[in-house]
Design a protein around this ligand. Structure first.
Ligand SMILES: Nc1nc2c(ncn2[C@@H]2O[C@H](COP(=O)(O)OP(=O)(O)OP(=O)(O)O)[C@@H](O)[C@H]2O)c(=O)[nH]1
Length: 294
């Protein structure tokens, strides 16, 4: 398609009206032209940008790399730069994401410049990151979700076999949680779950992983720990929950737990089943206790 701009050169108007950011940088990477959309996106006035190095809108750590890429593009053979994603920052310092595509152009004296087209993809990026997070985490508590947790258990089993190290699991279930919902409403129930999740993560060691299996049921993976050690750790958690009021209402909650240590060539579901059986025993025996599979 041929675009005819004659008899007048309307390029300037087209650039000014473009809804995407456009800038021209000289061989040293200084701004020579910025259009209104570019200024608006970064929160600077035109006169604040002109003559400045374009790296003023990228995080400090990336400046040397971007300077080098700019110089290489200006001196190189290719007239078009592939579309790339970058993290940038405007006047307010907030990180944003852009898609940038660039072309090399020549001025009247034959000097090479770079024209860059900038598309704001911050929202899309945030949405992608959120979807990625939600694929592996439970939205209410931020803990790993069931699918991710069971995947992790499979990995921990492989690791335990390869390095011949122990591995324990604990299935935990809040006691009489239904009463919280019934007496205080679902929103308070949600707050309780959030606080309990936070307490569980805080009470366990860094290498332990806390997973929300669903409802008021959690799974803790304790790699490198034998059954007695795992029981002690989960007992500490039980005591801590018992003595820590949760949610704005300061409610007292307790939990029951079943602990099992991986045996021989046991599969993940068999290990979980043994932990579950211990949990049922803890419930049967009056709740608010930790049972193991001995
Ligand atoms: N607020 C809230 N409640 C939930 C959520 N998921 C599950 N529940 C509730 O958790 C309750 C679980 O009840 P039960 O399975 O009877 O267990 P329990 O009352 O804790 O009794 P025991 O386990 O026998 O001690 C049900 O009322 C569910 O509706 C959630 O995400 N938010």
């Amino acid at each position: 398609m041929t675009l005819t701009l004659a008899p007048f050169d309307n390029t300037e108007k087209v650039i000014q009206a473009a809804p995407i950011g456009i800038c021209v940088t000289d061989a040293e990477g200084r701004f020579e032209m910025v259009n209104p959309a570019y200024c608006e996106f970064y929160g600077y006035r035109e006169e604040e940008l002109l003559g400045q190095p374009f790296t003023m809108v990228v995080p400090e750590a990336n400046r040397p790399l971007l300077d080098e890429l700019h110089a290489r593009f200006i001196e190189g053979d290719s007239d078009m730069e592939a579309t790339q994603e970058w993290e940038v920052q405007g006047r307010d310092g907030e990180p944003r994401n852009i898609l940038a595509k660039a072309a090399r152009i020549l001025d009247g004296q034959g000097h090479a410049k770079k024209v860059t087209f900038v598309l704001d993809i911050t929202e899309r990026k945030r949405l992608e990151e959120r979807l990625e997070f939600l694929a592996h985490h439970d939205e209410l508590t931020g803990l790993l979700n069931r699918r991710a947790g069971l995947g992790l258990l499979e990995q921990e089993i492989l690791r335990s076999r390869r390095y011949d190290t122990p591995l324990c699991v604990a299935t935990c279930d809040l006691d009489h949680f239904k009463r919280v919902n019934d007496r205080h409403g679902h929103a308070v129930g949600d707050s309780v779950l959030r606080d309990v999740a936070h307490l569980m993560k805080d009470a366990m060691r860094q290498h332990d992983r806390v997973i929300r299996l669903g409802g008021e049921e959690f799974l803790i993976l304790l790699p490198g720990v034998v059954r007695e050690g795992a029981c002690r750790a989960v007992e500490r958690l039980r005591q801590r929950l018992e003595t820590t009021p949760v949610a704005d209402e300061g409610l007292s909650l307790t939990l029951s737990a079943g602990v099992a240590e991986l045996q021989g060539d046991e599969a993940a579901d068999a290990l979980m089943e043994r932990a579950d059986r211990a949990l049922y025993r803890a419930k049967d025996q009056g709740r608010n206790r930790v049972q193991d599979t001995a």
